[in-house]
Design a protein around this ligand. Structure first.
Ligand code: MG
Length: 163
């Protein structure tokens, strides 16, 4: 097994859709970003790349590249999963935490889970998503933005056989 962790945070901005875990969540504010601002998928991509020893999302999809402007982060996630598959690495499970004072996310967790499990080619039970507030402390607590944390395990048994 290979373990990886990823962390991301984005600032709220007006006139943007709020995309979290691959789905749109109704909210007056979205997240500022070069891509669609999906902080959950960005943390997940970083965890996957980290476990595989492949650097980070900024290295693979630089925000200086117009090709990634407003891009659907699910496209990035699928590219990361493809890069792992090319190295005979399979995702074993993922555990994600979203930190947001608002909006309330409980009603959207199942849809996020379904979306992420599909992109990781995993049963839903292998993808866990938790939402929490930070009790009004810090930048998430003041409603300045949203943070996300991801931990993943990769199965490298096929890669080990290839070696
Ligand atoms: Mg990001």
């Amino acid at each position: 097994m290979l373990i990886g962790q990823g962390i991301d945070a984005h600032r709220f901005a007006p006139h943007r859709r709020l995309i979290l875990g691959g789905i749109e969540v109704p909210h007056p504010l979205g997240l500022e970003a070069h891509s669609d601002g999906d902080v959950v998928l960005h943390a997940l991509c970083d965890a996957l790349l980290g476990a595989a020893g492949l650097g980070d999302i900024g290295h693979h999809f630089p925000d200086s590249d117009d090709a990634f402007k407003d891009i659907d982060s699910r496209v990035l996630l699928r590219r990361v999963v493809q890069a792992l598959a090319e190295r005979d690495l399979r995702v074993h499970n993922a555990d994600l935490t979203v930190v947001a004072q608002a909006p309330k996310l409980a009603a959207y967790i199942d849809a996020m889970r379904e979306c992420i499990a599909a992109d990781l080619d995993l049963p839903g039970a292998r993808v866990n998503i938790k939402a929490t507030t930070s009790e009004r402390m810090g930048f998430t607590g003041r409603g300045e933005g949203i943070a996300a944390f991801a931990v993943v395990l990769l199965d490298d048994s096929e890669a080990a056989i290839a070696l």
